[in-house]
Write a protein that binds this ligand. Structure first.
Ligand code: NAP
Length: 247
């Protein structure tokens, strides 16, 4: 079934990969509700731009760490769009540090945002998808969760958790025709990677067979494909990383 006419929730839709996914899904005719934490102006501008292009979009300011909020957003989205075809669990943060300098809040914030956030929105939407006997959960993982990276024990643990979550849930809900997949981006040009120091960036570029960072659009296209054409794909982790990890 084409994306057109479907409706999705995308967490972390104001910037980077999430915004790219919102724009891609909306451009293909989906109705999109997106979540953000604090970028009010960016959220407003994005909704206005999509509406000006004739698209249906709504933004919710909500912390993905709050389960009650996730339930509220799902309820409001279903009321507004009349249906809900899936969730893209994209919101994520980093607090990179060597483990010996990592504070408990550095650990907790990352695990709670990246892993609990995905649980919260998936849990809030799963009954609706089971009722429909159709739907998609698409999680944004990371190559860090597959191969590890120094300074990212918290982040890699959250993303490895996302991979286990994806595969377990795919086995659990496949019989309801619900697909659960993950995308594992490599280094994509967003604010998250713009914060990396130049020396580290140079070293990373040398490791990437395609020799460059990925673009948000390149991840968004894969997300849209999985949500549209990936009818017989579930429990998979799709790498979008320029060949950095060949697992
Ligand atoms: P980004 O540019 O930093 O954007 C993060 C988005 O998440 C923003 O929309 C932000 O909202 C939202 N967000 C953060 N914490 C939130 C919270 N507690 N509640 C609700 N929304 C929250 O990030 P990105 O680089 O696009 O990364 C997106 C996803 O891809 C993350 O899961 C990340 O781990 C993963 N990833 C990224 C890369 C990369 O190279 N960039 C590589 C691998 C994986 P506000 O604008 O309101 O703050």
């Amino acid at each position: 079934m084409a994306i057109k006419g479907k409706s999705f929730i995308v967490t972390g839709g104001t910037r980077g990969i999430g915004r790219g996914i919102v724009e891609e899904l909306a451009s293909q005719g989906a109705k999109v509700a997106f979540i953000y934490a604090s970028s009010d102006q960016l959220a407003k501008e994005l909704v206005e731009r999509l509406k000006a292009d004739g698209r249906e979009a709504v933004a919710f300011k909500a912390d993905v760490r709050a389960f009650d909020k996730a339930e509220e957003v799902v309820r409001e989205t279903v009321n507004r769009f009349g249906r809900l075809d899936g969730v893209v669990n994209n919101a994520g943060i980093t607090r990179d540090k060597p483990l010996m300098m990592m504070s408990p809040p550095d650990w907790e914030e990352v695990i709670e945002t990246n892993l609990f956030g995905a649980f919260n929105f998936t849990r809030a939407v799963i009954k609706q998808l089971i009722k429909q006997k159709d739907g998609d959960i698409l999680n944004v993982a990371s190559i860090a969760g597959m191969v590890g990276r120094p300074g990212q024990t918290n982040y890699a643990a959250s993303k490895a958790g996302i991979v286990g979550f994806t595969k377990s849930l795919a086995r659990e809900v496949g019989r309801f025709n619900i697909r659960v997949n993950a995308i594992a981006p490599g280094f994509i040009d967003t604010e998250m990677t713009q914060n990396l120091n130049e020396k580290l960036k140079e070293e990373i570029l040398k490791e990437i067979p395609l020799g460059r960072l990925g673009e948000v659009k390149e991840v968004a296209k894969v997300a849209a494909f999985l949500l549209e054409g990936g009818r017989y794909i579930t429990g998979q982790v799709v790498f979008v990383d320029g060949g950095l990890v060949m697992a």
